[in-house]
Design a protein around this ligand. Structure first.
Ligand code: IPE
Ligand code: IPE
Ligand code: MG
Length: 239
């Protein structure tokens, strides 16, 4: 452990805002969907690298609530790509011991996509090497509102004392209740914002922003982000 570090060098949970597919394509004179296609390859590589490093949870921001405001053709291309990715890559992920999860308002996804997602989630449910969480039609504010609504419902039904609500019981109603909070948050393409991603869960995550576009984010880049993480001194408010 490097001096000054007060945590394990290996983050247990890495979350990634996979940004910059469109700009990567534009720089090459290609349609945006080609950027998304190339981005899917980086997903495969990120999963493999996490396994190599010994990271146990990887959460990928794949489609936000706000992304529904994009042109219909781009949304269609993204959904088709997701479905194809699941069909093509599921056997390999399964072999690698990857367990798939999805968070977000999944009911908004096209039926065929949802079916494929549910199939792979079910198929991989007993795998234990890496938990891969796809954030799809995901918005952190919506997630927090859903949790508040759930608590209000339980209180109105009489089973829950409002005074008993604390951070832990709140977190238990989030879509991420089964997962630890991310230790490391990576955002590609140089944007310094959260774009409605895991607002509650990243309260104390270490943030690494790289200028690389997502399709160019490869094994060495993830290794570098983890090395940067290992150099950080996490204090959690203490001294
Ligand atoms: C990230 O790349 C993928 C999604 C948000 C679905 P973008 O599509 O946002 O690419 P840029 O940011 O426009 O370059
Ligand atoms: C964030 O990227 C969402 C995903 C990576 C899925 P965006 O490209 O949608 O974010 P903004 O619009 O630049 O904030
Ligand atoms: Mg973007």
């Amino acid at each position: 452990m490097p001096s000054g570090s007060s945590h394990s060098d290996i983050p247990r949970h890495v979350a990634i805002i996979m940004d910059g597919n469109g700009r990567w394509a534009r720089e090459r004179g290609l349609p945006r969907r080609e950027g998304h296609r190339a981005g899917a390859e980086s997903v495969r590589e990120a999963v493999e690298t996490c396994k190599e490093i010994g990271i146990k949870f990887l959460t990928l921001y794949a489609f936000s609530s706000e992304n529904w405001s994009r042109p219909k053709a781009e949304i269609k291309a993204l959904m088709e790509l997701l479905e194809r990715f699941l069909k093509k890559k599921a056997p390999e992920m399964h072999r690698q011991g990857v367990r798939l999860h999805a968070i977000g308002r999944l009911e908004s996804l096209p039926k065929s996509c949802r079916r494929e997602l549910e199939r792979v989630i079910e198929q991989t449910s007993s795998n234990q090497d890496l938990d891969l969480v796809l954030a799809l039609s995901y918005g952190s504010r919506e997630e927090i509102v859903d949790a508040a609504r759930q608590l209000a419902r339980e209180a109105a039904e009489g089973g829950l004392d409002p005074e008993s609500i604390d951070c832990e019981s709140f977190a238990q109603r989030l879509y991420t209740s089964e997962f630890p909070d991310p230790d490391l948050l990576v955002r590609t393409s140089g944007e310094c914002r959260l774009s409605n991603f895991l607002l509650w869960q990243i309260s104390y995550s270490e943030i690494v922003i790289t200028r690389k576009f997502w399709p160019e984010f490869k094994k060495t880049d993830l290794h570098q982000a983890v090395e940067e993480y290992a150099r950080r001194h996490r204090r959690f408010g203490a001294i």
